[in-house]
Every structure is written in C-alpha cells, then in structure tokens.
Design a protein around this ligand. Structure first.
Ligand code: UDP
Length: 386
C-alpha cells in the first residue's frame, strides 16, 4: 500500500516533546488507519555530528544542576538575532548530516513539536529546494520561546490564547494559527479509568486520600524533600492518606526513595507507562510546571499543586493553572505539605477538580491530526487542479 509519509521532529529535552509526538502518531493511526506512515525523529541526536548530537543529553543535567547556565542560554536565545545567527551557524556546520533526514524519511509533510526545529529545518528545505509543507505543534502552554514560530509554517497549533497571540506577534498569519489544545496520548482520550478500579489495580488502599508526586519525565526538582515533608505532615495530622512518587528516569531518586522509611503508605515508581491510571487513582498531584503533566492532570480532573518551574518555558504555566482555579503554587516542601494537608481536610478540592476538567482538552491530538489531513487533502486537490 502507498502510505503518505509524515515526519515528526522532536528532541528528548524533558519528557513532554516525545509524549506529544507519540500522541500525534497514535492519533494518525486511530483516525486514519493504514493511510500514513508516521515516523518520530530526534533531529538533534540522530542527524547532527558530535558534539552537537550530545546536546539533548545535556539538557537534564544542566537544568538540574546548573540552572544559571540554562537561564543564560535562554536569555541569549531570547534575542532574535543571536538565535538566528547561532542556528544558521549550527546549520552550516551540520548540513551534510542534516540532509540525510530528508533522504532517509522522504516526508510528504513535516511536523515539529520542538522550539529548536523550525529555523534549522527551513534552512534545510530552502537549500534542498524541497517544497515540503511544514506545521508546528506548540507543546508549551503559556510561555514561549520565539523559536517556536516561523512565519512560513503552514499551520501553527497552539493550546492557549496567549500562545495564539504570541504566534501572530511573531508574524504568523492569523488564519494559520489554530487553538486546539495540547496533544496528549490516547489513554487520556475517551473514558478514563475509574478511581476505585485504578486503585485496586495499582495496589493502593481504596479510601485513603491519595497524593501523586512527580517531577516530569526526568524526576527533576526537590522531589525527595517534598515527598518526606508531605508524608510527615499527613501522618502528623492523622489523615488516612497514601503517597505515590513517580521518579521518571531519575534512577538515583528512585533508589533513595525506595530505601526510605515512610510514616504513611507510600509507593515509589521509576518511569511508568500508565500515567492515566496513576492520575485516575489520585486525589491531587504535586508536580513541576511541565505542560505535558499539567495537560494530563487537567483532563483527569486532578487539582494541581505546582512545586516549581523551569525558568523560561514553564514560567507562564504557573499563572495558567493558578489563575484558572485548577490549583496552587508553592516552592517549599514545608509549604507544599501544609497546602496538601489543607486540601485533604477541606472542600476546595472538588471545585478545583471541576475547573481542571473544564480546561482539559482530551481530543486535542485528534483535532490537530484532522486539521493536518484536511490541509494535506486541500494541497493535493489544488495541485491536481493547477
Ligand atoms: N511521564 C511518563 N512517565 C513517567 C514520568 C513522566 O509518562 O514516569 C510523562 C508525563 O505523563 C508527561 C511527560 O512525561 O506526559 C512529562 O512532560 P512535562 O511536559 O510535564 O515535563 P518534561 O519532562 O517535558 O519537563
């Protein structure tokens, strides 16, 4: 069978870009079975030479241990001229490798879910004289690097009014900017697991107040200190409670927490593939302000206690959650523990859960994919007529 080939460009800087890419890939398969071959590529890791191909791996250590360096890089890249000049230079240094991405995948359409793909790829398309349509799916909720926006993108899919405004501000024609939500993976679409059943499947007590704690795909931030503070506080107040800590890919964190003694029942996991189950089983989530986790928690109707943010791309997510009434922000383990224990005993949790559910966009990936296919069909019809 002749498939149309779609290439999704992402990079493993955090867990969110891959999760969004997978969400789109799954949505193509669900909505248009057999029609598309969708491949996901980390262009920086797979199609640039050493040492540039090592940059994605540096992201987590830099953000975790040298935040000053991340802030400096963000500041430099905020300057449009510096950003264009650096990416142009990277392109010139890497173009022999980069060309291979077109040869290897021969895409009919390219989708980017990463802010550092647009400008480099347009250099590549220009030089190769390849008129391949390019669309961007912005996977940040409320703070944006201008690298996300390229005025030649055929479509730019965003998840909030602020994002739509930013896209237009950076020169995208209003008709190309579409606000459909942030793509989340298929388990979050349709009927979500029932709380009681999810707790039973995960080995959790069925009536205890259940707190989920995580730090993005990499298990970043003061997860250990927060876990201990929350457990201590809930034990002191005599709340019937249990704690779930998801450490993502942070093995050291998992090992240290699995060796810990806990004053309330606690489950410590590594990277899990069934986030929808853990969210369904919980009463609230404590997390850094990652857009992927926030979008999934909103869909799950889970009040969100934000414990921190990565400067730059996650800053605006805090006001998005707090101002919309879906949660709160606090960056000290003691303060977080106090808020969680108030939530456990109070009535505001139900209101926040309702607000969260109202903001959630479970069908975002399907809606985006439908519009992309509509666009592709329009292009085919146009070229047939001309
Ligand atoms: N995630 C997961 N399993 C884990 C930890 C995280 O599937 O054990 C997913 C989480 O559900 C979310 C993504 O990884 O979809 C994290 O994205 P986010 O934007 O919140 O943070 P990032 O890791 O990109 O900084």
């Amino acid at each position: 069978m002749n498939h149309s080939r779609i290439l999704i460009l992402m990079s493993d800087t955090g867990g969110g870009h891959r999760a969004s890419a997978q969400a789109l890939q799954a949505a193509f398969a669900a909505r248009y079975p057999g029609r598309f071959r969708v491949e996901i590529v980390d262009m920086w890791t797979d199609y640039t030479p050493w040492p540039i191909n090592r940059m994605p791996r540096m992201y987590s250590p830099v953000v975790a241990r040298a935040l000053w360096l991340w802030k400096l890089l963000w500041f430099i890249f905020e300057n449009k001229r510096a950003h264009s000049a650096v990416l142009r230079l990277v392109y010139l240094l890497c173009r022999n490798e980069l060309r291979k991405v077109l040869q290897a995948h021969r895409p009919h359409l390219v989708i980017s879910v990463h802010p550092l793909m647009q400008h480099i790829f347009f250099h590549l398309l220009e030089e190769a004289r390849a008129p391949i349509p390019f669309v961007t799916v912005v996977t940040d909720l409320a703070s944006f690097h201008h690298g996300w926006f390229h005025k030649r993108a055929e479509r730019c899919f965003v998840a909030s009014d602020v994002a739509a405004e930013a896209a237009r501000h950076h020169g995208l024609h209003a008709g190309r900017v579409r606000m459909l939500g942030l793509p989340v993976r298929p388990p979050f679409v349709g009927t979500l697991p029932d709380k009681e059943a999810a707790r039973a499947r995960l080995g959790l007590a069925d009536t205890a107040f259940t707190v989920l704690l995580l730090g993005g795909g990499e298990g970043m931030g003061p997860v250990a200190a927060t876990a201990h503070a929350v457990a201590r506080r809930l034990a002191e107040t005599g709340t019937a409670a249990q704690l779930v800590v998801i450490c993502g890919r942070n093995k050291r964190l998992r090992q240290s927490l699995q060796r810990s003694e806990w004053p309330i029942p606690a489950q410590v996991c590594g990277f899990v593939d069934n986030m929808q189950e853990w969210m369904a089983a919980s009463d609230c989530v404590i997390t850094k302000a990652g857009p992927g986790t926030i979008a999934e928690a909103l869909i799950s109707g889970l009040p969100i206690l934000l414990s921190g943010f990565i400067p730059g791309q996650e800053e605006g997510n805090v006001s998005y959650v707090v101002e919309n009434g879906a949660g709160a922000y606090c960056d000290t383990p003691g303060g977080i523990a106090a808020i969680v224990s108030d939530w456990a005993g109070g009535s505001e949790l139900a209101q926040m859960a309702d607000r969260a559910r109202e903001l959630g966009r479970p069908r975002a990936a399907y809606d985006i994919v439908d519009e992309i296919v509509e666009f592709m069909d329009g292009e085919i019809a146009e070229s047939r007529d001309s």
